[in-house]
Write a protein of this length. Structure first.
Length: 90
């Protein structure tokens, strides 16, 4: 039986109009891909990016769910359960 994510009921944000990592913009850094926190709407750079702001946001807030906001991608990741519980189309 596949592992289930117990945090999907916490989703409050499904889409964003932000398409930059604001923390990278402030420091003049570049990012590879962007991730959206589904709890508060924070947009941060992915773990392939130098600063890993999406993961740092999780460690700071304990908000468990992010989704890719890259064109054509809708996957969701749960940091706590360490699983991809599905897709969330904006």
């Amino acid at each position: 039986m596949p592992q289930q994510c117990s945090h999907l009921d916490q989703i409050k944000i499904r889409k964003t109009s932000t398409h930059v990592c604001e923390e990278c913009v402030k420091t003049g850094d570049q990012w590879v891909h962007l991730r959206l926190c589904l709890i508060c709407g924070h947009v941060g750079c992915c773990d392939s990016s130098k600063n890993k702001h999406a993961t740092k946001h999780f460690h700071h807030t304990q908000h468990p769910l992010i989704r890719s906001i890259e064109p054509g991608e809708a996957w969701v990741w749960c940091y706590i359960d360490k699983i991809e519980p599905g897709e969330l189309v904006a």
